[in-house]
Write a protein that binds this ligand. Structure first.
Ligand SMILES: Nc1nc2c(ncn2[C@@H]2O[C@H](COP(=O)(O)OP(=O)(O)OP(=O)(O)O)[C@@H](O)[C@H]2O)c(=O)[nH]1
Ligand SMILES: C[S@@+](CC[C@H](N)C(=O)[O-])C[C@H]1O[C@@H](n2cnc3c(N)ncnc32)[C@H](O)[C@@H]1O
Ligand code: SF4
Ligand code: SF4
Length: 581
């Protein structure tokens, strides 16, 4: 049973008692003593409420093996952004996920609802820049309705560029908390860090948010050595008259941001610096799950704190899960394992199936992140995409491995499919005399079917460079390979003798570049409405594409190897969803 449900049952039962109980009835008379009685009753109510709130079992799906209860969901709405912060985006930019693979407004709300019904009480919208999402107000409005199921807080983390003009509607829609990123109080430095103008807009946004009652506004400041560490004391002084909570963030490594520990300033060093100028600085109480260690200068309106993810992690109290803009669940900011909730939703996964997948992923969450030096070596998305498609080999491999593991352990479909194959006593593609025959599918029904296949080619480093940099004298290898793949899928029934001729609705071909191993991973996904599946089409597409790469680079690399050609996933027909283990 979910937390929101419990909460409302509890509220309902208490309310009922308030209406019918003689004690409560008496306390409703308006004498001084009865007013006292009302106060006692209200306190009593609060205590009872708290007891009930904490006593109820929290969703098993959102509880990990370290008993951490994940009641905080971060949803990345978009990969797009109107700034280009140096520490967040690789210099060369990021390849955006095609729009069709980004969660829609409806899908966001559907997923959020599942999580809230299971006990999530806080949702933070992030990105990319969440305020560039065209439906931001509708999203917040719909999330606001989830307050009926136990959602308490709806926050946003924004760069503040367009916040000011959105504020009235954000507030009206139900936004409760605002965090704004600001790494410098100096306009020129801001422009350098973000590669864009807009410093004064951010400051105005913060002031307007404070004026309309968002208190405090949390201000995120990523501190980088020799870049903005000279402003730490200015930021502290800024808290004197403003109800802001400035959080100094240790610079974190993500794909493409050229992190090294020499660019990072440790939290302890920042605090020591502050203590020299403000010896009476006071530590404040923080919740166990807080990212920040909060401090205050006595008499100052605002506060400041440190997000010490690198030198002193706060993983033991972690209560966070995140959904990326392309619909993957990431159980840890620094973990590269992801499960695809979007595909499951789009392939008709039931709420129960989705919860099983979520539960399995949460169950495998590690106690803590791997440590800053290991994180640095790990493949992860650039920060802006933790909120696109996995572009690196290890990401994808890990993703599929994890996905498969989960699915195998939580669904019958895989087993059914397996049994179907191995319990067949007769070969279906040969007749009684052992001659090949094409299976009659006339009796089967037309269903929506998809298949996803992949394969790899390993090149010499020189050939890989030529392909990736598009400098091969034969031309643009990946574009030709893509076209070849598409052609291949359409030729399948001509090439493979017993294959039916299927009308394809759509073919999508993507390449992942594994720079460490000089490998190109080709992924083909196909959709159709047909009586039989399209896995052969996907496999032929992968093979044709790989062979085309081979053909184009063979003059410069005779050692290329094609390998790992396989069906990854298939959906539709009698056997439902199949995921290759
Ligand atoms: N290690 C770790 N750091 C996180 C996580 N979420 C956010 N952070 C850090 O917190 C910084 C600020 O993130 P925000 O989006 O403002 O979120 P927050 O600090 O969780 O905000 P609150 O909900 O107000 O607590 C990020 O830049 C990260 O450095 C997380 O799950 N793990
Ligand atoms: C990725 S942004 C998305 C939300 C919004 N665009 C913004 O800038 O607030 C979320 C937070 O991550 C922080 N961030 C991004 N890259 C970081 C890094 N390498 N180290 C520490 N924090 C980082 C940003 O400062 C910001 O506060
Ligand atoms: S930190 Fe935020 S504002 Fe800056 S590039 Fe990343 S997503 Fe955009
Ligand atoms: S690093 Fe992972 S486990 Fe640690 S607090 Fe962040 S999300 Fe939670």
């Amino acid at each position: 049973m979910n937390q929101g449900f419990y909460k409302h049952m509890a509220a309902a039962s208490l309310f009922k008692r308030c209406v019918v109980s003689p004690i409560q009835y008496r306390s409703c008379n308006s004498t001084a003593s009865s007013r006292q009685s009302i106060k006692v009753q209200v306190e009593d109510y609060d205590q009872k409420w708290e007891k009930i709130r904490t006593a109820k079992p929290f969703s098993e799906f959102l509880t990990d093996k370290f008993n951490r209860k994940h009641n905080y969901l971060r949803i990345s709405l978009t990969e797009r952004c109107n700034l280009r912060c140096q520490y967040c985006m690789p210099e060369e930019g990021v390849q955006l996920t095609p729009k069709k693979n980004i969660l829609t407004y409806e899908e966001i709300i559907k997923l959020a609802t599942i999580f809230v019904k299971e006990g999530v009480t806080k949702i933070r919208l992030t990105g990319g820049e969440p305020l560039v999402h065209p439906k931001i107000i509708n999203i917040i409005g719909s999330l606001n309705e989830l307050k009926n199921y136990g959602l308490e807080d709806i926050g946003i983390t924004t760069n503040g560029i367009t916040l000011k003009r959105h504020l009235p509607s954000l507030k009206a829609a139900g936004l409760t908390h605002i965090n704004v990123s600001l790494d410098s109080l100096i306009p020129a430095k801001f422009e350098f860090f973000t590669r864009r103008k807009g410093h004064s807009k951010v400051l105005e946004s913060i002031d307007t948010a404070l004026n309309i009652g968002y208190k405090p506004v949390k201000v995120n400041c990523v501190v980088m050595k020799n870049q903005n560490d000279d402003e730490i004391l200015d930021f502290v002084e800024w808290t004197k008259d403003k109800h802001v909570d400035v959080r100094f963030i240790e610079y974190m490594p993500f794909d493409g941001n050229k992190w090294n520990d020499k660019k990072m300033i440790k939290y302890s060093d920042m605090l020591n610096k502050i203590k020299k100028s403000y010896p009476d600085v006071q530590r404040q109480d923080d919740e166990l799950s807080s990212t920040s260690k909060t401090f205050k200068i006595p008499g100052y309106k605002g506060s400041f704190g440190f997000i010490s993810s690198m030198t002193e992690n706060f993983c033991s109290g972690c209560n966070r899960l995140r959904i990326t803009a392309d619909g993957n669940l990431k159980v840890c900011l620094f973990g590269n394992s992801e499960v695809d909730l979007k595909d499951l939703l789009r392939n008709g996964g039931t709420e129960d199936e989705i919860l099983q997948i979520i539960g399995a992923a949460v169950g495998r969450k590690h106690a803590r992140h791997a440590g800053m030096f290991n994180i640095q070596k790990m493949k992860n998305r650039p920060m802006i995409l933790i909120g696109g498609y996995c572009h690196s080999k290890s990401n994808n491999d890990e993703y599929y491995t994890q996905y498969n593991k989960i699915f195998q352990s939580t669904s019958d479909n895989y087993e059914d499919h397996y049994n179907n194959i191995f319990n067949q006593s007769k070969f279906s593609h040969t007749d009684e005399e052992g001659r090949a025959q094409m299976v009659n599918v006339g009796e089967k029904s037309v269903t929506n079917r998809t298949a996803l296949a992949s394969g790899k080619i390993r090149l010499s480093s020189e050939a890989f460079r030529l392909v990736v940099e598009n400098k091969h004298k034969k031309g643009d290898v990946l574009t030709v390979a893509k076209i070849a793949g598409i052609q291949g899928t359409k030729q399948t029934s001509n090439l493979i003798p017993l294959c039916h001729n299927i009308n394809l609705d759509g073919v999508d071909i993507n390449f992942d570049l594994d720079r460490e191993n000089n490998e190109i991973v080709v992924r083909v996904s196909i959709e159709c409405h047909a009586k039989t599946g399209v896995e052969m089409e996907a496999l032929v597409g992968v093979s044709t594409s790989l062979l085309t790469i081979y053909d184009m680079i063979k003059a410069v690399d005779k050692t290329a190897i094609i390998f790992d050609v396989k069906l990854d996933k298939k959906f539709g027909g009698k056997s439902g969803l199949f995921i290759n283990k």
